[in-house]
Every structure is written in C-alpha cells, then in structure tokens.
Design a protein around this ligand. Structure first.
Ligand SMILES: Nc1ncnc2c1ncn2[C@@H]1O[C@H](COP(=O)(O)OP(=O)(O)OP(=O)(O)O)[C@@H](O)[C@H]1O
Ligand SMILES: [Mg+2]
Length: 239
C-alpha cells in the first residue's frame, strides 16, 4: 500500500490549515476503520496503529501546545507527530500510513518548511476564507509556490458563515474561477463548535451527538469524500 501525502497549505495565517488537516484526518480515519460489522471492528482494533497521521511542520509553539492539550483529553483517533526538521519529512513515507496530512506554517518566513513539505506530497489542499483579504495571499501561494512545482492542488473555501449571506461566497467563487484554480464543491461552514473544539484539542469525530455537531461534521465528511480520501470502500464508484 502506497502512502498518500496531502499537504495543507496557505501562506496566509488563519485560513484554516490546522482545522482542515486534523478534521480531514479524523474523518479519513473514521471512514477507513469504522464499520457496522463487529467482525471488522475487531480486526481494526487488533491491526495496530491508525492508517492516518497528521504531521505538523508549524514551528509555532501553538501546535505543540495543541498536541499537549489533546494528550490531556485522552488523545486523537489518528496519530500525530510534530516534525521539527524539514529533512525528517522524507521519512514519513516509510512509516506504513495510508494517508498523511501535513499541516504547514502560515507565514512567509517559513516558506522553506512549506517547500520541503511540498517536495514529499501527492496533492495539496489550499483552504481559503471567503473574504477579499484572503485573495492576494492565496494567489501568491498558488502562483509562486504551488504552480511552479506542477503539483495537483485544490482550493477549499473554509469558514463561511451562512448568516452572512452568499455575496462574499459568490464573489470568492468568481475570483477562484477567474484564476482558473480547481476548487472543491464542498464549502466548510463556520461553526462555533469548530473554534471551540480546536482550542480544546478535539476533532469532528469526537463531537457530541447533536444536530449542530452533525451538520458541522458533515462538511468534513463531504470534503474527504470529494477529495477521494475515503479509500476504496467509499470511492469505488467514483474511481
Ligand atoms: N470552519 C470553521 N469554523 C469555525 N472556526 C474555524 C473554522 N476554520 C477555522 N476556524 C478557526 O479559525 C482560527 C484559525 O484557524 P486555523 O488555526 O485552522 O488556521 P491556520 O491556517 O492553521 O492558521 P495558522 O496559519 O496561524 O497556523 C482558529 O481559531 C480556528 O478554530
Ligand atoms: Mg495552523
């Protein structure tokens, strides 16, 4: 089984790289390991580590803090590692994971870390908020960093608040279309539960069972399926 490495990138801070990385990882883990069959569940439990890992390359203390916080809360469903040296990224493929989501820093001074991550990747996911302030930094990331490497990439609009109406969303969709960027149909909506959960080191598959949490979780499920991270079981028809 070949490891697929997905890099989540945008050189603008706060666009949702970490939120998208950990929640896509959570859904992918759940799709690959959960089953209604008690027999398969038993096999999954005895199979060793998760098929999914998140590798954070963000040198900011926040991600270390986040990982510690997660530890206090009983842990994540998938494996998490902090990559301190970009050269260590080369070793990720040999670790036996099906999917590795690489969270990258949102700053220009750490461009070398982003480039080292991109050297290892199979595809790139670029989260972008539906706001004019996000346009230019996203354009620079794509045109200066992603396109010259001829990588497969997709833009995903994140953090859209339906209560704001659709004007900003439509403008952003038009901007993306004008740039000719491949974009996901799925839009990740803004939910307070995402903001709260990320501060507490929780991921969507650990949300409580209520209607709002289910809606919030649904966006990441649709996104994972659209990106084809559900594995052969869920995407056999699409393949
Ligand atoms: N869909 C969403 N709904 C609600 N809150 C969100 C959503 N996406 C991101 N956020 C919140 O916005 C903030 C920034 O998101 P996040 O940390 O994922 O961005 P980032 O691109 O990783 O930032 P940085 O470049 O600083 O690492 C966080 O507080 C996060 O919880
Ligand atoms: Mg981040």
């Amino acid at each position: 089984m070949a490891t697929k490495i997905h890099v989540i990138a945008n050189q603008k801070g706060g666009e949702g790289k970490t939120t998208i990385s950990v929640n896509l990882a959570a859904i992918t883990h759940s799709v690959l390991t959960d089953s209604n069959s008690p027999l398969e569940k038993q096999q999954d439990q005895s199979a060793g580590h998760s098929p999914v890992m998140v590798a954070s390359t963000d040198p900011q203390a926040s991600s270390v803090w986040w990982a510690n916080r997660v530890g206090e809360r009983g842990g994540l469903p998938f494996d998490f590692t902090q990559v301190d040296r970009p050269s260590d990224l080369e070793k990720l493929r040999g670790l036996g994971y099906e999917h590795i989501f690489v969270d990258t820093p949102g700053s220009l001074e750490n461009a070398h870390i982003l480039r080292a991550s991109l050297d290892q990747c199979d595809d790139v996911v670029i989260p972008m908020q539906p706001a004019a302030l996000s346009y230019e930094p996203t354009r620079l990331t794509i045109n200066k960093v992603i396109k010259p490497l001829d990588l497969s990439y997709r833009v995903v609009v994140n953090n859209w608040d339906p209560r704001d109406g659709t004007v900003d969303l439509q403008q952003t969709a038009q901007y993306i279309a004008k740039q000719g960027w491949p974009a996901c149909k799925t839009v990740v909506r803004r939910y307070k539960i995402h903001t709260r959960a990320s501060a507490e080191g929780q991921v969507v598959t650990q949300y409580p069972r209520n209607r709002v949490a289910a809606e919030a979780r649904e966006d990441f499920l649709l996104l994972a399926l659209e990106l084809g991270y559900g594995g052969t079981r869920s995407t056999a028809k699409e393949a």
